[in-house]
Design a protein around this ligand. Sequence first.
Ligand code: PLP
Length: 374
Amino acid sequence: MTKKIYLDNAATTQLSPEVFNDMMPYLSTQFGNPSSVHAFGREARLAVERSRKTVAGLLGVRPSTITFTGSGTEANNMAILSAARTGSIKHIITSSVEHHAVLHPVERTGLPFSVLTSDHNGRPSIDQLELHLMKIKGSCFVSLMAANNETGALTDINYAAKICQKHEAIYHTDAVQYIGHYPMDLGAMPVHFASASGHKFHGPKGTGILYTKEGTPLKALFEGGGQEKGIRSGTENVAGIVGFARALEIATRDYERNRQHILNLRTQLKTTIKEVCPNAVINEDLREESLYSVLSVSFPVKDSGEDLVLRLDSNGIAVSGGSACTVGAVSHVMRAIGKGQGYETVRFSFSVFNTPVEIKNVISILKNIMQKEV
Ligand code: PLP
């Protein structure tokens, strides 16, 4: 069997060797607990605070606004549930295409909520946001993602944040698929909360951050040792934190070069996929920029046959299904954008470690699948 091809980088990415090297000391000799007063502890504390400063600097905010979390999921839950616990929020507005790490905690708050619909590419309707904010009495919490994990649609979060500011609503953005892919100057935006996840940009799994604008009220979900200024008790994942910061540093340093490389791969696949399957639908709006690392393609099942993701896997190609339609479980995002029955959506997602030769091989395997030769 030929070498496996990994095109599922929106699910997770390979740890960068540079990040791995920087994490190693904190997984071996420098194992102190940052809360300990002795030299081991002080060394660990220094690493955590140095990392916080790095992350904050890269995002254009002050270090005190960055809370390290155990994942993007945790950061989303923390923003929504901790803000709701303050008792000052009366209504939540979110969208139909958010990740479950947003939709489920929104439901969990028990507060009334409204769900914005999206366009056919998975971009939440910002016009609806303004209409809702005009109608709802009392303070609102809005959660709209920066980049959609299934289609790669980008939300105009600057615009959304400004509308929220106008209506004095708290604004949270799930930026898990955005931070580490684009530079982000959070300090220049009227955003109250932003979530990110390290493993989406070649950092370690089980690491995330929640940015919280100074002065935004929060009530901690976990009680304990009072780490992270009492917002997130629990001994810090020192190696993970160091890895998160280093990965963000590299992503920002190499942004232009990586973006161009990945965009070329995406274009290569996008332009040839229509030759392989003329009825395939690319889920993007050509008038708007999409996340350059994601290409979402809906294949008509009558052309591709069923279980395309599994058949690609058995040919050594790892991708995700935007929908798992064979068992009838079409994803909530695909349903929201109307690519449900009759289509199997495949999310190809790229990283800097992919090559043009790999894309050529993917095309040739797809061709064989469409011609029912494999
Ligand atoms: N939000 C979005 C948009 C995601 O794509 C993901 C992961 O796929 C998450 C949140 C959850 O992040 P994590 O895997 O760090 O929990």
